[in-house]
Design a protein around this ligand. Structure first.
Ligand code: MN3
Length: 200
């Protein structure tokens, strides 16, 4: 049975960038609902309880048809949010250092150009979805709760939730304002660790 992971910080820790109200609703209600629905689906296909969440998402076609879409949406929701909480920190923001900084500079010219490109792609997601930074530092997006695992790609090293539930209470319909604020809480320490692991 999957359970809701604790945050490494309090609901009010991201301060003016992402409010306590959003964090509490997003974590305790939205994320919890994905977990409840994922667990309910796996009750109907108990032989798949042994597989890791990542493996389930990598092989959705291997699941029985009657639970496939539920696992895709809610297993994806659980995976994506579990990472998302770690990709933010009250000590976040600024720029990465070390290997990741060098690699981003090599690919995008400078850090700001990377930020601009990622922000543009995140802003352009139609409806609900996510923007991702991949281990090769390419940027892509997914609709709904899909993620790169569904198409056989590696795990992303950074992702941004652009569902309205992630920002509407603070930013109303202004998704670009939310994206701009979010850079102030990005946990580059976590992203750099994932980048280092992915290149080994
Ligand atoms: Mn969300």
């Amino acid at each position: 049975m999957y359970t809701l992971p604790d945050l490494d910080y309090n609901y009010d820790a991201l301060g003016k960038y992402i409010s306590k109200d959003i964090m509490e609703l997003h974590h305790s209600k939205h994320h919890q609902t994905y977990i409840d629905k994922l667990n309910a689906a796996l009750e109907k296909a108990p032989e798949f309880k042994q597989k890791s969440l990542e493996d389930l998402l990598r092989d959705l076609d291997g699941l029985p048809k009657e639970v496939r879409t539920v696992v895709r949406n809610n297993g994806g929701g659980h995976y994506n949010h579990t990472q998302f909480w770690k990709w933010m920190s009250p000590d976040g923001g600024g720029e990465p250092s070390g290997e990741l900084a060098d690699a981003l500079k090599a690919k995008y010219g400078d850090f700001q150009k990377f930020v601009d490109e990622f922000s543009a792609q995140a802003a352009a997601v139609f409806g609900s979805g996510w923007a991702w930074l991949m281990p090769d530092l390419s940027i892509n997006t997914s609709p709904n709760q899909d993620n790169p695992l569904n198409t056989g790609q590696p795990e992303p090293i950074l992702g941004l939730d652009v569902w309205e539930h992630a920002y509407y209470l603070d930013y109303k319909n202004k998704r670009p304002d939310y994206i701009k604020a979010w850079w102030n809480v990005v946990n580059w320490h976590d992203v750099a660790e994932r980048f280092a692991k992915s290149s080994k």
